[in-house]
Design a protein around this ligand. Sequence first.
Ligand code: SF4
Ligand code: SF4
Length: 179
Amino acid sequence: MKLFDMTKKYGQATYAYPFEPYEIVEGYRGKPSYTYEKCIGCTACANACPSNAINVKMNESKDKLVWEFNCGRCIFCGRCDEVCPTGAVVLSDQFENAVKFDKENLKERGEMDLQKCEICDRVFTTKRLIAYDLQRLRKAGWSEEYLAQKTKFMKTCPDCKREHSVEYVSNGFGVGGEK
Ligand code: SF4
Ligand code: SF4
């Protein structure tokens, strides 16, 4: 009876969920939502993820970069959201993440084309990442002539860049260059 009295006095303290929708508070950290079209394959999210819920691997035989997310491993810390430069992964307000039987349904996947080095022909980054960098340089006001030179530099793998560093620096597009 004491409890009934308290309920009467203070009102209902619990929610009727799942019979009624549950209202999410602002800033709630729910399931990371992935937008494949925005992803450039930079791997920042995979490097920042403390629980290995996000993995990014190169499939060299297919010239593809494979982005994978396993919600079963996610601790909803939000690091992926913080570091993603394009907003491809953002925490949503989704909290109903259970799957019925197949744990594969907890996973998401995206594949994107890899770029081959113009000198040694080995894959080393994604085509999307190069296009993204070029777009940013263009927005920053670099000339088309400079961008054409820079494209060659960007399509060269780190090993070949090291080998040809003197040539690149003397051409002015390795580490700086004119606008
Ligand atoms: S929210 Fe945290 S644990 Fe989950 S995928 Fe992002 S970085 Fe990894
Ligand atoms: S940080 Fe963003 S853009 Fe980079 S791989 Fe992850 S989801 Fe894609």
